[in-house]
Design a protein around this ligand. Structure first.
Ligand code: NPG
Length: 373
């Protein structure tokens, strides 16, 4: 039978609106891929693409078109010559510049299927022992400080041990001060600006140094490594890059320029888990801590991210919260925090998540099947 790739666009209602400096989401529009190889073995992947190009240059319709017009035609000749493995698929797509989200979606679904073919859990393929992963919670921008404090109190009650506050011009020093005053100096706390500031704001941002933050994430535009390096050079709050790092080259350049004290690795953003692993390795070798970023993943992306975060360089808690922080119902198993504020990666083959076809039907707004080959 020919291998197939199904692209499902889902609309997943969020339990609470998620607002950042870039805008607000109440429903997560998400693209997932189901790859079925020529022996009927199925793997799933999830894209971080949004409905519009907001955080990343790519977006859902663009990713779909790139897959249909550019990537699948590259894979079809491969299918005739044997099973579609991650190695062959990755090599075939390697000449395509950019388009990390599109390439990563295919690569990830093929990886899950290949691991299942070998009955190998992802953590074993990574070569790291499965262990509970310390995770944090990312708190959107509410209307006022009281709401913020009640949200943070609720998340601490739920068991989260690290809090990330979204900040934006006009919503920075005051929320950080309020959270420190309410919950103390020992709470591991970090902030994420999603590119909302410019180098002219460096004096303002250095005032955050007084609050003992773990890091400040992506304060400046993604291309502006110069401003990130200038802030990092002050040796105050560690500077973390997210949107600036779309590839291994980006990560190496940022480290070389002193623009990244920390790197947020979002697998989809960099083109999948193989590149994520390479970025992890380079960061580890250079003494740059990493954490696993999140984009409100479904069970598919959450499971794979948890496994990735077992690698030794992931020394900071990830943006990989429990399912209930985002969704009342998911397309696969729910993940729950343990008493230490950790989540455990699944133990089954591949990413270890069985996707619920009824949930794909329920949340699906568009589905299309492509034959590969
Ligand atoms: O826990 O999954 C999560 C959310 C973490 O804040 C988070 N993600 O800027 O990193 C971010 C943000 C994001 C969400 C980015 C959706 C892109 C899309």
């Amino acid at each position: 039978m020919p291998a197939t790739l199904d692209l499902h666009r889902l609309a997943m209602p969020l339990v609470r609106p998620f607002r950042t400096s870039k805008g607000e989401e109440t429903v997560r529009d998400v693209l997932v891929a189901r790859f079925c190889d020529s022996d009927g073995i199925v793997g799933w992947g999830e894209s971080a693409a949004d409905a519009e190009p907001i955080y990343f240059p790519e977006y859902i319709d663009g990713v779909r078109l790139t897959i249909e017009r550019v990537l699948l035609p590259l894979l079809s000749p491969l299918a005739a010559a044997g099973p579609l493995t991650v190695g062959r698929v990755r090599a075939a797509m390697s000449g395509v510049p950019g388009n990390q989200l599109a390439r990563g979606l295919i690569e990830t679904a093929v990886l899950d299927a290949e691991l299942r073919r070998h009955e190998l859990p992802f953590v074993d393929w990574l070569g790291s022992a499965s262990r509970p992963i310390r995770v944090g919670v990312s708190v959107g921008i509410p209307g006022d400080l009281d709401t913020l404090l009640s949200w943070v109190a609720g998340y601490l009650e739920d068991g989260y041990r690290r809090v990330k506050l979204k900040i934006a011009p006009g919503w920075d020093l005051a929320p950080v001060r309020a959270v420190r005053e309410a919950f103390g100096d020992d709470l591991p706390l970090q902030v994420d600006a999603n590119q909302a500031y410019t180098a002219a704001d460096i004096p303002l941002l250095t005032r955050l140094d007084a609050y003992g933050l773990l890091l400040i994430e992506q304060p400046f535009a993604r291309h502006d490594l110069v401003a990130h390096a200038a802030l990092a050079a002050r040796r105050g709050t560690p500077v973390c890059l997210d949107e600036s790092v779309l590839s291994l080259d980006d990560a190496m350049t940022a480290i070389r320029l002193g623009a990244a004290d920390v790197v947020n690795i979002k697998p989809s953003r960099v083109g999948g888990y193989l590149t994520s692993r390479q970025i992890h390795d380079v960061c580890l070798a250079n003494g740059v801590p990493v954490f696993c970023g999140g984009t409100l993943e479904t069970a598919v992306g959450r499971a794979a991210n948890l496994a990735l975060a077992t690698l030794p360089g992931f020394t900071l808690p990830g943006d990989i919260s429990a399912t209930s922080r985002y969704y009342a119902a998911d397309i696969g198993r729910a993940f729950e925090l343990d008493a230490d504020g950790c989540l455990a990666p699944p133990t089954g083959p591949g990413f270890g998540v069985e996707v619920d076809a009824a949930a794909i039907e329920e949340f699906g707004i568009e589905s299309v099947r492509h034959e590969v080959g």
